[in-house]
Design a protein around this ligand. Structure first.
Ligand SMILES: C[S@@+](CC[C@H](N)C(=O)[O-])C[C@H]1O[C@@H](n2cnc3c(N)ncnc32)[C@H](O)[C@@H]1O
Length: 299
């Protein structure tokens, strides 16, 4: 099977997407940054969140692609395949975490308008984090944040670098060029494991792992993760089972994903039928494709 994954993506990031189906399924597990013993020379860039004072840093996508291409020889590297084929997603193999999708920027903007009570010492989980700007933003406001991506490689290439350059390794003013880019060396052992943890694998098996550890969060964030109807039930299950009784869920998504099987309304239909959550649309942006943030709370 092949199809076109028709997200609208940020500026420089390409939008091609030829996809092959495979039956692989990545088992849930924790990635411990300290075990990686990794130093990494990276190029970062500054992100200004529109209509807000928030500035964040993220690893430059070309720099990530360069690292992937340099290590292409290393075994069965499906992420390298996705990059070389300029593919947004390979279902069940690579689920698109390399780039920063528009709704994650919407979610940061929305979160930046909330008071500090929503963050300080709260436990937060970002599901399908990729470049993880929403979760990283919460970390900078005093929350404890767990990050989850389907691919372990995305955590190492993108998520952990983004955590570091927004927390312990923020660039100095002098090190940032006029165009907002900077170079820095990161050491994975600088991750504060008392504040943040990293999980990879499929939501179905992570749900089992989280349940076995009785893992619960005050806030669950997720952006651009409902594009495939095949994943709706497992995403809903891990959300429902991992939320504290008084917890809040924020789902940022486009109303429709052309060429893909899932839409926001199909996902909300599933939630509504279960009658466990209240559903409130808290943010709408209408452009070529409508983008929304939906807040769920247990009834
Ligand atoms: C399009 S990316 C969005 C990345 C990021 N949230 C953003 O908005 O920039 C979709 C994300 O959902 C996650 N994902 C998709 N299907 C998944 C599955 N079955 N199990 C676990 N994670 C999945 C992947 O980790 C991927 O990073």
């Amino acid at each position: 099977m092949s199809f076109r994954f028709n997200f609208v993506v940020n500026n420089e990031e390409d939008n091609n997407a030829v996809v092959e189906d495979t039956k692989k399924y990545i088992q849930g597990s924790e990635l411990i940054p300290n075990n990686e013993v990794k130093t990494l020379q990276i190029i970062g860039e500054t992100i200004s969140i529109p209509n807000s004072n928030v500035k964040m840093f993220k690893r430059n996508v070309s720099d990530i692609k360069f690292e992937i291409a340099s290590n292409e020889e290393d075994g069965d590297n499906m992420i390298a395949t996705a990059v070389l084929q300029q593919t947004d997603i390979i279902p069940g193999v690579y689920e698109g975490g390399l780039k920063t999708w528009e709704c994650s920027v919407d979610l940061v903007k929305y979160l930046s308008e909330l008071s500090n009570d929503n963050f300080e010492n709260k436990s937060i989980l970002e599901l399908g984090c990729g470049s993880a700007l929403p979760g990283v933003y919460c970390l900078t406001r005093g929350a404890n944040v767990d990050f989850q991506d389907y691919n372990q490689e995305i955590l190492s290439l993108v998520t952990i670098p983004n955590v570091l350059i927004n927390t312990v390794n923020t660039p100095t003013k002098n090190s940032i060029a006029k165009n907002g880019t900077f170079e820095t060396e990161l050491n994975f052992s600088n991750i504060d494991s008392s504040k943040t943890r990293f999980w990879y694998g499929d939501w179905d098996s992570l749900n089992d792992l989280f349940q076995s550890q009785n893992r619960r969060y005050d806030v669950i964030l997720t952006s651009e993760t409902i594009y495939s109807i095949e994943y709706h039930e497992r995403l809903y299950k891990i959300i429902k089972n991992s939320l504290n009784d008084h917890g809040v869920v924020y789902i940022a998504a486009k109303a429709n994903y052309f060429g893909c099987s899932g839409s926001l309304y199909q996902f909300l239909d599933l939630v509504e039928k279960d009658k466990k959550f209240s559903i409130e649309v808290v943010y709408t942006y209408s452009d070529f494709i409508r983008r929304e943030i939906v807040k769920l709370q247990l009834l």
